[in-house]
Design a protein around this ligand. Sequence first.
Ligand code: NAD
Length: 260
Amino acid sequence: MFQGKTALVTGSTSGIGLGIARHLATLGANVMLNGFGDPAEIERLRAEIAERSGVQVGYDGADMSDPRSIEAMMAQTFDRFGGVDLLINNAGIQHVAPVDEFPPAKWDAILAINLSAAFHTVRLALPRMKQQGFGRIVNVASAHALVASPFKSAYVAAKHGIAGFTKAVALEVAELGITVNAICPGYVLTPLVEQQIPDTAKARGITPEQVVRDVLLAAQPTKKFVTVEQVAAFTAFLCSGDAASITGAVLPIEGGWTAH
Ligand code: NAD
């Protein structure tokens, strides 16, 4: 489906981003990975995806909170692959605390990685997409782009922000063969969620088991975690030719959460 196309997936050394990168590679796209982690493990993943899918897979460890680092990653991707056809802005972090105890440095980091990073990748990727008359941008937002939860003020602000950013850019490029959408997963059991269980337990004064049952899955009418594979398949559809008329959309994949 994506033979000859290049996908850049930010934050793809773990969780949802890794699942999306794997799936797009399976469908024929060359992939540029990004994210943190143990260098040997990242190289193992890179080689595994390349070998299994028969595509080229690169890696750039750019820190998505640093605009200069993002510029260098985009330049490296252009040098190696000639451009970015499928841009998946996925890198994200979370911090859970009451707003009056929220560390300002965490606020800044969440806004930088979960929101501003997408501005930088988009502004740098768009000129070539415009030139070729094709592009797909998928911003991995969250159900928290549509509704809020307490103790996640920075995350909710950043995710609502990326929903607005998605719509504005989609309108700018709507006639140029480029679509821009945001997807809004509910809870997916990745390291990002696993790590926030103890903090949420502390903030609410309940046990980790109660957090899973009464806080996380309480919000999801299906009572099931969304899977990485489901999010990856949804992303791939939005990147396909069949999705050419879907743009500027902020699309839930959250087990019915926002139907409440
Ligand atoms: P994860 O922690 O498993 O993966 C996050 C990825 O981002 C990792 O590859 C990590 O190395 C990378 N990353 C973190 N900081 C970075 C930085 N400064 N520069 C570059 N890379 C960085 O998390 P996940 O659950 O897979 O989350 C991926 C995205 O999905 C995030 O944007 C998150 O907000 C969103 N999301 C997750 C869930 C969920 O339930 N897991 C739900 C809705 C939305």
